[in-house]
Design a protein around this ligand. Structure first.
Ligand code: SAM
Ligand code: SF4
Length: 318
């Protein structure tokens, strides 16, 4: 079991398989690439898998593949199969913009993927075009339906931006409720790669908006970054409130980037390179680095709403 110096059990690793993406979301990478990381600097699936095995053997039982957009990397289904064959019982999930799910969902499910979190930022074609800088609404909606038909567990994620999609809070909620899938409203987290003119809205604003139409009760908190609520019909949805002080208390995660950096905290500048140890076949060294990352996981993130993170979401995997 992996336990950090604040007695938090660390059992969850997010693995970014690529920094690249086919969208250019305003809050993430509106002007990227300045220059992409050369492909030769990216860990091969085999190298990633070697480290994933060490992590699983040390106590990680939940792995989420992310990016960038994980579905733009070739042979992602084969990578999923490598992990699911090694550890069929772990919670193996993926976070995606949904664009390629219309044809990939059955293949991913068959490879052993259990759940997908799909970003759905609008139900309006023109608004989505504005946010993602690509005409994507119908591809994403078809991707959601294909995932449900394939039998994948589905959650939806939406980042609410002031005067862009904040008028759709209720519509997005109703859409998700109708499909019986949880939706999580994520507060926009300020960072230096985002468009400088956008602004988020607070989770309180979102809650007030939904509470004006529904009878909402807060559910007991677990170690998810989201706080969950249910409405009068028992429909469960979440708010992710990184501006809230409680956010780090139950953190159970570490992150591996596509270039082989192991990151103890999303909003902390430290990272540790595992690539050399893995490529040298030095399992002992790689395990030591994992232990160092766990021991050096900070109690709280190094970020407030007045400080902008320089770490790009598309590199850390969000
Ligand atoms: N491309 C996939 C997607 O968009 O779902 C996976 C990678 S994305 C970096 C992971 C998550 O980070 C998404 O849910 C996205 O909405 C969220 N995200 C990206 N930039 C963000 C920001 N500045 N504030 C809050 N959430 C952000
Ligand atoms: Fe791509 Fe996801 Fe970032 Fe949007 S949030 S630009 S889909 S990586």
């Amino acid at each position: 079991m992996l336990v950090d110096s604040f007695n938090r059990k660390i059992n969850y690793m997010r693995v970014s398989v690529t920094s690249r993406c086919n969208f250019r979301c305003l809050y993430c990478m509106p002007n990227t690439p300045f220059s992409w990381e050369p492909k030769e600097n990216v860990l091969s699936y085999e190298d990633m898998f070697e480290f994933i095995k060490i992590a699983i053997d040390s106590g990680i039982d939940k792995i989420r593949l992310t990016g960038g957009e994980p579905l733009v990397r070739k042979d992602i289904d084969k990578f999923i199969r490598m992990i699911s064959t090694y550890a069929p019982n772990i919670d193996l999930a993926l976070t995606t913009n949904g664009y390629f799910l219309d044809h990939l969902a059955p293949l991913l499910k068959e490879a052993g993927l259990k759940r997908v979190n799909i970003s759905l930022d609008s139900l309006r074609q023109d608004t989505y075009l504005k946010i993602a800088q690509k005409d994507v609404l119908y591809k994403v909606l078809n991707g959601i339906e294909a995932s449900l038909s394939a039998g994948l567990g589905v959650k939806l994620n939406v980042v609410i931006l002031k005067d862009v999609n904040d008028m759709e809070i209720s519509d997005l909620y109703q859409y998700a409720k109708k499909l019986h899938v949880p939706i999580r409203f994520i507060e926009y987290m300020e960072n230096s790669t985002a468009n400088a003119n956008i602004q988020g809205v607070s989770s309180q604003y979102i809650l007030d908006e939904l509470s004006s139409k529904h009878n909402i009760t807060e559910l007991p908190r677990d170690n998810s970054p989201a706080v969950y609520y249910k409405d009068e019909d028992g429909y469960v949805f979440g708010l992710i409130k990184p501006h809230d002080d409680e956010f780090c208390k139950n953190c159970n995660r570490i992150r591996l980037t596509a270039e082989g950096y192991l990151i103890p905290c999303l909003y902390f500048d430290e990272s540790y390179q595992i690539k050399q140890a893995i490529q040298d076949g030095d399992i002992k060294k790689a395990s030591e680095i994992l232990q160092t990352v766990i021991q050096n996981k900070p109690e709280k993130n190094d970020w407030t709403e007045h400080k902008i993170s320089n770490r790009a979401f598309y590199e850390t995997g969000g």
